[in-house]
Design a protein around this ligand. Structure first.
Ligand SMILES: Cc1cc2nc3c(=O)[nH]c(=O)nc-3n(C[C@H](O)[C@H](O)[C@H](O)COP(=O)(O)OP(=O)(O)OC[C@H]3O[C@@H](n4cnc5c(N)ncnc54)[C@H](O)[C@@H]3O)c2cc1C
Length: 440
């Protein structure tokens, strides 16, 4: 099909190299990603999405699906392929009486939080408001409400989906049940979600944060005490810690009514002599935006992550020994409602995780790429022997081995069967890919 025909058909939804918005539309969170799609289709409706899938197949182009653009590898941007840009589909509609939100497939987390908070409602969403609902929810979705209400994917009631054949499906626990199972944790492998319907919860509008920072010399003792406090914490409290640049910060985030939010503070304070304290109440929306990047998508990025079922003293020692690095090493507690969902209820495979560990590097100079990535790999390798798996949404360049860390063999078999049924030609493969079974 000629460019002129495409222009006639798609109008300003088509963005080509050289167009005014081309560079802005192809840029994503990780500034290392500099791929150049042959064309970008900015989709405003599910019909646009279906047409873009058909067009890519007709032209034999690889498809990248962009929501928030926050996958670590920038998988939504295909080199010389067709990028399906869902960002025009960013609307959120809340039904406060039914406690439901309809969220378009290109929406960012901030839009969901703000819309639901008008009614004192929320559902589990990640910690950074410019992350996409699409990628985050399809891989699982961890956030400060997850210990109370489960992962984001546990709160999805229905999906509107465009398949590799351009067919539009409504997917619920009863309609296409295997696909419903796979969409909850299996990532963007099975189709393009044009709308998520979420269950909302009456969490109110307040939150509380307690963060105490200590010199690295005290890190081992402080982290042991913090780990022990986390084990008995109420579900409103999600324990989090950060290590790096000569310091350790430990504490918790409390989501929901704050009457008892400070109850854990004396025990936290007794862990040592902090050099700084950041303690106080804030609104839930402030909580959900306080880790946003004010500098935009300016940094080059690389991550290595693990799940651990526990943090034995030896794991803490290994982490501290390799912790004096110029990057952020973070720990976030799981448990509570996440672990209560029966394991075979969804594709997400890591419900027994006690903590997620991520070593996250960021830098500006391309000349440092190799060294920065090597340090992140080495840092994370120090605790690999304690790892029980990995979060698919935190994977970077581990390829098929990473996918095997994210899903246990029996889940991978079941995911492969769903993939074979719904996308036998692997049209949606720019993701942490679950390959369909080979055709006989
Ligand atoms: C700064 C930052 C903070 C983060 N915080 C958290 C957190 O608190 N909790 C957490 O769980 N994760 C977190 N993550 C990880 C995050 O879940 C993943 O990076 C996720 O892939 C981001 O989704 P996206 O839509 O922004 O990314 P994109 O790059 O746009 O999409 C990633 C992939 O998801 C698929 N996809 C996206 N939307 C759709 C759709 N509508 N239909 C079908 N497929 C789709 C595609 O395969 C696409 O390649 C964070 C990541 C970053 C960079």
């Amino acid at each position: 099909m000629t460019t002129t025909r495409l222009r006639e058909q798609l109008g300003d939804r088509l963005v080509l190299p050289g167009d005014e918005h081309y560079d802005r539309t192809r840029s994503v969170w990780n500034a290392m990603v500099d791929r150049r799609p042959r064309m970008i289709v900015r989709c405003a409706t599910a019909d646009d999405v279906a047409a873009a899938v058909s067009l890519a197949r007709e032209l034999g182009l690889e498809i990248g699906v962009r929501c928030g653009g926050h996958s670590v590898l920038g998988m939504s941007v295909p080199e010389d392929g067709l990028m399906i840009d869902l960002t025009p589909m960013g609307a959120v509609t809340v039904d406060p009486a039914a406690r439901r939100a309809r969220v378009q497939g290109g929406a960012l987390l901030g839009a969901l939080d703000v819309a639901a908070q008008q009614y004192g409602l929320a559902t589990t969403a990640g910690n950074v408001s410019h992350t996409g609902v699409g990628g985050l929810t399809l891989g699982g979705g961890m956030g400060w409400l997850a210990r109370q209400y489960g992962l984001s994917c546990d709160n999805v009631v229905s999906y509107e989906l465009v398949t590799a054949d351009g067919e539009r499906l409504r997917v619920t626990r009863d309609e296409h049940p295997e696909l419903f199972w796979a969409l909850r944790g299996g990532g963007g492998n099975f189709g393009i979600v044009t709308e998520f319907e979420f269950q909302l919860h009456p969490v109110g509008t307040r939150a509380y944060v307690a963060e105490l920072t200590y010199p690295l010399e005290q890190a081992a003792a402080v982290l042991r005490g913090w780990r022990d406090l986390s084990a008995d914490a109420p579900r409103q409290a999600t324990f989090a810690a950060a290590l790096g640049r000569g310091l350790v910060t430990v504490g918790y985030v409390w989501a929901g009514p704050t009457e008892h939010a400070a109850d854990l503070l004396p025990a936290l304070r007794s862990l040592g002599l902090p050099v700084t304290e950041n303690v106080g109440e804030l609104s839930y929306v402030e909580l959900q935006t306080r880790e946003d990047s004010p500098e935009g998508h300016a940094y080059r990025r690389y991550w290595k992550g693990h799940y651990v079922r526990g943090l034995p003293d030896e794991a803490i020692d290994a982490m501290v020994e390799h912790g004096d690095v110029d990057m952020g090493i973070s720990l976030q507690a799981y448990g509570g409602a996440i672990a209560e969902v029966p394991d075979d209820d969804s594709a997400f495979s890591q419900r027994d995780a006690a903590f997620e560990y991520v070593a996250a590097a960021r830098w500006s100079d391309a000349a440092e790429d190799a060294e920065r990535m090597a340090v992140a790999r080495r840092t994370a390798a120090a605790i690999e022997s304690f790892a029980s798996g990995a979060y698919v949404n935190a994977l970077s360049d581990e390829g098929a081995a990473g996918v095997r860390r994210a899903y246990r063999p029996e889940k991978l078999d079941r995911l492969t069967a769903v993939k074979t049924a719904y996308d036998p030609e692997n049209v949606f493969h720019l993701n942490h890919n679950i390959a369909p079974a080979a055709r006989s």
